[in-house]
Design a binder for this molecule. Structure first.
Ligand code: M6R
Length: 615
C-alpha cells in the first residue's frame, strides 16, 4: 500500500518520478506528490486524486532538480486531501519525507513534539515522523551525509510500526536516504544514476538491476554509488539481482484494462505454473523449491494454508485437492486470524503462505508467527523478490508475470495449478495410483487449450453482464471445490463493480440465504458435472421456484441446465479436480464486463490497493 519512488542522477528528476510513480499507482491512488531539491531548497507539489492530477500540477509549474522523492497514497491516517498527501516536511521546511506504512505510536510522538512547540498541518502519522526526523537531524553531531543517515537511524528507534521511507534534505543535495522496516523497498542500480522504489516494476524502463533492501537496513543513495548499512551501522552485504519482465510486461497492450489483459493471459500463465514441473514417467510433479526430501514430505501429517482474499480462496481449493488426492487433512485460515489466534496446531504440520505480491502484511505476520512456533513454512508467491518469498523456508513460484489489476485473476488460477501439483506430489507419495496421477497430468496439460476456447466467450458473457448489471445484489453458489470458486466470484464482483455479492455452498441456501431470492437478485450457480451435479440441479429448481434468475456455469452442451437457467456460462469439460480452474474464468469475465457496463474504474476500484502492506 502506497508507492514510493526516489531518484538521484544527472537527469531531471520530475519526469522520471512521475513516470515511475505511474507504474506504482496500483499500490494506492487517492493522492500523490513529489519533492525535489531545486538548488535553493525543497520544492513540493502534491495533489489529491490520481497521479495524473499531480502530473498536471507539475506540467503547469515544473520543478527542476536532479534528485527527489515521490509517493502515491492509500490513506490510513487522514482523508485523501492535498494537505495529507506526501511528501511531508519537517519544521524547518528543509527535510522532506515520503512513507509507506503505519506509525503506531504517532499520537504519543505527536504529544511530545507538540509540547516542544511543533505545529502540524496534516492529519497524518507521516508528518509526525518528518518532524521527529528534522529534530533528530538538528541534534545529530555527525557531519555531511552521515548526519541524515544518523537522524534516520535514531528516529526509527523511537517509532513503532511499519515503514518504507525516502528522505531528502536541502543541505545535502544529491543524496536520498531510504530505510525499510516491514514495507518493501528496492534500490534500482543505474549507470551514473540510482533509484529507490517500492517495487522493481516501477523502474523497469530505467534499470533491471535491483538490490532488495532487507528489513531494518538504511541506504544512502547518490548518483554514482549507494551504501547500505545494517541498523547498527555496519556495511551490509549487497546482492544485485537482474529482474525479468521489463517494461512491456507491465503494459496493457491492446486491452482496455489490465484486468482483461490478465484474464486473457491465463492460458499462458497456467502453463508457466506447471512448465518443467510435470513428471509423466512417475505420474507426479517435481517441486524442487520445496526444499524437502521425499522422506520429509512423507512425514507431513497435516497442512495449514494461510492467505488473504483471493489467495486464501486458492488455498481453499488446494485443501480440497490435497485432501482428495493425498488424504492429508488441511486447515485453511485467514492469515490475519491465525497471527493473533492461538489455535492448537498438530506438530507434524507443514505451513503454506500464499500471496501473489509476497508483501501482504497479514500473510507475512502469519508466516512469521508459524515460524516462531517452530513450524516449517513454505511460500507460494508470484513476486520472487518479495519478503514472503525470502522469509519462507522454501516454496513454489507462480511465474505469472506482473499482475497489475487490483482484482487478482491470473494469480488465482496459477495458485490453484500449484496446489494441484502439490497434491499430486503428495498423493503419489501415499496411495494415489499412477493411473489417477496421469489423468491429472493430462488434464493439466490440456488446460491452456481449454482456457483458449473458453475465452472466446468473452463477448457472450459481456451481453449477459449488461443484462444483469443493474442488480443491487448477487449470490454465488457452488459445492465442494467449487465453493471457493463461488467465494472468489463474489469477491471479484464486489471489488470491481461495488455490487453486493455473497458466496455460499449451494446447500446453505435453505439455511437462510434463500430469503434473499427474488426476481431482482441473480444467482450464479456453478453446476458443472461432478458428484453433486444433481444436488446443484435441486438448488437451481429451488431458486427458480421463487422467481430468482439463475446464471449457471455449466458444461458445454449441457441441455438440461440450458433449459432451466436464465443464462449459461459454458465451460469445456475437464477432470473434475481441474474443473474449478476453468469455472472461475467466466466469473472473472462476468465481473469485469459488469464493472465496465457500470462505468467503474476496473483496474483501480475505490478504496482498494493491490498490495496490502499495512494491517
Ligand atoms: O498479494 P496477495 O495475494 O497476498 O493479496 C491478497 C489479497 O489482498 C488479494 O487477493 C485481494 O483479495 C485481491 N484484491 C482480490 O482480488
Amino acid at each position: 500500500m502506497c508507492g514510493i519512488v526516489a531518484y538521484v542522477g544527472p537527469r531531471d528528476a520530475q519526469p522520471i518520478l512521475l513516470d515511475a510513480l505511474g507504474r506504482l499507482e496500483y499500490r494506492g491512488y487517492d493522492s500523490a506528490g513529489l519533492a525535489i531539491l531545486n538548488g535553493k531548497g525543497v520544492e513540493v507539489r502534491k495533489k489529491s486524486g490520481r497521479i495524473e492530477e499531480l502530473a498536471k500540477a507539475c506540467r503547469s509549474k515544473p520543478v527542476n532538480g536532479k534528485s527527489g522523492i515521490s509517493h502515491t497514497r492509500w490513506a490510513t491516517h487522514g482523508a485523501p486531501t492535498d494537505t495529507n498527501a506526501h511528501p511531508h516536511l519537517d519544521a524547518s521546511g528543509k527535510l522532506a519525507l515520503v512513507h509507506n506504512g503505519v506509525i503506531e505510536n504517532y499520537l504519543e510522538l505527536k504529544g511530545q513534539l507538540t509540547k516542544s512547540g511543533h505545529k502540524f498541518l496534516s492529519d497524518t502519522d507521516t508528518e509526525i515522523l518528518a518532524h521527529l526526523l528534522g529534530d533528530t537531524f538538528e541534534a545529530s553531531k555527525e557531519k555531511g551525509e552521515k548526519k541524515l543517515i544518523d537522524a534516520v537511524r535514531k528516529a526509527l528507534t523511537q517509532v513503532q510500526g511499519t515503514l518504507g521511507i525516502a528522505v531528502i534534505h536541502s543541505d545535502l543535495p544529491g543524496l536520498v536516504v531510504g530505510a525499510r522496516r516491514g514495507s518493501p523497498l528496492v534500490i534500482g542500480v543505474g549507470n551514473g544514476e540510482n533509484f529507490l522504489a517500492s517495487d522493481s516494476q516501477a523502474l523497469a524502463p530505467y534499470t533491471n538491476r535491483v538490490v532488495v533492501l532487507q528489513d531494518q537496513e538504511v541506504v544512502a543513495l547518490h548518483a554514482d554509488r549507494f551504501d547500505v548499512a545494517s541498523p547498527l551501522g555496519q556495511k551490509a552485504d549487497i546482492r544485485v539481482e537482474e529482474i525479468e519482465g521489463g517494461a512491456a510486461a507491465s503494459d496493457k497492450g491492446a486491452h482496455p484494462h489490465f484486468m482483461l489483459k490478465e484474464i486473457f493471459e491465463q492460458a499462458e500463465t497456467v502453463r508457466s505454473a506447471f512448465r518443467g514441473r510435470l513428471d509423466p514417467d512417475e505420474a507426479t510433479a517435481k517441486l524442487g523449491g520445496l526444499n524437502l526430501s521425499t522422506e520429509e514430505l512423507r512425514e507431513v501429517e497435516r497442512i495449514f494454508v494461510l492467505g488473504c482474499g483471493t489467495a486464501l480462496h486458492a488455498g481453499m481449493v488446494g485443501k480440497y485437492l490435497i485432501e482428495t488426492l493425498a488424504k492429508i487433512p488441511v486447515d485453511t485460515q485467514h492469515a490475519s486470524e491465525f497471527r493473533y489466534g492461538d489455535s492448537p496446531v498438530h506438530e507434524k504440520t507443514l505451513f503454506f503462505a500464499v500471496s501473489q505480491s509476497g508483501e501482504t502484511a497479514d500473510t507475512l505476520g502469519a508466516l512469521r508467527e508459524a515460524k516462531r512456533r517452530g513450524f516449517r513454512c513454505l511460500g507460494i508467491c508470484n513476486n520472487v523478490s518479495s519478503t514472503i518469498a525470502r522469509e519462507s523456508d522454501g516454496g513454489v513460484y507462480m511465474h505469472a508475470g506482473p499482475e497489475i489489476g487490483v482484482a487478482a485473476t491470473k494469480s488465482f488460477t496459477s495458485q490453484v495449478v500449484i496446489f494441484t501439483l502439490l497434491s499430486l506430489l503428495l498423493g503419489r507419495l501415499h496411495s494415489l495410483s499412477a493411473a489417477h496421477g496421469r489423468e491429472i497430468l493430462n488434464a493439466l496439460d490440456r488446460l491452456p487449450e481449454h482456457i483458449h476456447s473458453l475465452l472466446k466467450q468473452s463477448e457472450k458473457i459481456r451481453a449477459i453482464a449488461h443484462k444483469y448489471a443493474q442488480a443491487h445484489s448477487m449470490l454465488f453458489l457452488g459445492r465442494l471445490a467449487n465453493f471457493p470458486i463461488a467465494l472468489e466470484g463474489a469477491l471479484k464482483m464486489k471489488e470491481v463493480t461495488y455490487v453486493h455479492a455473497e458466496g455460499y455452498p449451494s446447500a446453505e441456501l435453505k439455511h437462510g440465504v434463500i430469503a434473499l431470492i427474488d426476481k431482482e437478485t441473480p444467482t450464479v450457480l456453478i453446476a458443472t458435472h461432478d458428484g453433486v451435479y444433481d444436488k446443484n440441479l435441486g438448488s437451481l429448481q429451488e431458486i427458480k421456484a421463487r422467481g430468482g434468475p439463475v446464471l449457471a456455469v455449466a458444461h458445454e452442451g449441457d441441455t438440461k441446465i440450458a433449459g432451466m437457467a436464465d443464462a449459461v456460462f459454458s465451460v469445456p469439460r475437464t477432470h473434475e479436480l481441474i474443473q474449478p480452474i476453468l469455472n472461475v474464468i467466466p466469473l472473472q469475465l462476468f465481473s469485469y464486463h459488469t464493472a465496465v457496463a457500470l462505468g467503474r474504474d476496473v483496474d483501480k476500484p475505490r478504496n482498494l490497493a493491490k498490495s496490502v502492506t499495512v494491517e
